[in-house]
Design a protein around this ligand. Structure first.
Ligand SMILES: [Zn+2]
Length: 269
């Protein structure tokens, strides 16, 4: 049991910025409390507690539990899409996100530069189709709402890894709708780029992405908003860099097409 708990804590720390595993008072189900999204600065968080603290086990299991079902965010009028350029302006993150990482690099570029370039190209394509677009940094506005939210990343890894992968929150409040967004993105992205799917390397970091985690962080996407995270390819792959750096319009086209297919499922009122 001790080993399992240790593993759980290690994983929780790995997944969650800002030492959240230790926020609770021993014996309380700390995760039942929503993130405090008032204007007060968040208090400093204590360091991790003893390994077999039941509050930590509760925290970890509820961290993975599905959010309660939410109504789909689908107001009438112009469609709005949030595109997050992963790792962009990470240094400006608030204390609750102080453990955000810098991302990968390759081909002389930092990941955030590549993500931002793709986001801006995708914005242009979506705007041409009449969609309003917010290009967002690593820190998104509190309880962010749009008709769809897509976080854009580029992967790094050794051993000739290449290809793309897309995930939606494992704890989604609207799993059927998020699955539609996932399907539309997967189809359109594969067609546009010709890259293979690398689903077997979808990580917990993707499935429990911080910007999805409205239970823990104020700077997150609101429940009911369709949301996904895309690893567009490997910056460490010569093959993938031919598109990520050499022909980024193709990458953006794959994202824009998938998002437009998804939005077309619910014509604006
Ligand atoms: Zn990244």
């Amino acid at each position: 049991v001790h080993r399992v708990v240790g593993l759980a804590i290690g994983l929780a720390l790995l997944l969650a910025p800002a030492g959240v595993a230790a926020q609770g008072v021993p014996g309380t189900v700390e995760s039942a409390v929503d993130a405090d999204c008032g204007n007060q600065p968040l208090p400093p968080l204590p360091r991790p507690a003893i390994p077999d603290n039941p509050a930590i086990v509760d925290f970890f299991s509820s961290f993975r539990a599905p959010l309660p079902p939410a109504a789909l965010w689908n107001p009438p009028g112009q469609r709005r899409v949030g595109l997050q350029a992963g790792h962009w302006l990470t240094e400006q993150a608030p204390p609750e996100l102080s453990r955000l990482q810098q991302g990968s690099s390759g081909g002389g570029k930092q990941e955030w530069e590549v993500n931002l370039d793709i986001a801006l190209r995708t914005r242009h394509m979506l705007e041409s189709a009449g969609v309003a677009v917010d290009v967002l940094p690593a820190t998104i506005p509190p309880s962010y709402r749009a008709h769809a939210f897509v976080a854009i990343h580029a992967d790094g890894g050794a051993g000739g890894l290449h290809g793309f992968k897309i995930a939606r929150p494992a704890f989604s409040s609207i799993p059927d709708v998020d699955d539609q967004l996932l399907d539309d993105l997967n189809r359109a992205y594969a067609i546009a780029t010709g890259l293979p799917r690398d689903d077997e390397h979808i990580s917990r970091r993707m499935l429990y992405y911080y910007a999805f985690n409205s239970r823990r962080y104020c700077h997150s996407v609101a429940p009911g908003v369709p949301q996904a995270i895309v690893e567009t390819g490997f910056l460490t792959s010569v093959i993938d860099r031919q598109l990520l750096l050499g022909n980024p319009n193709v990458i953006a086209e794959g994202l824009a097409d998938g998002i437009l297919d998804f939005l077309a499922r619910r014509p604006s009122l």
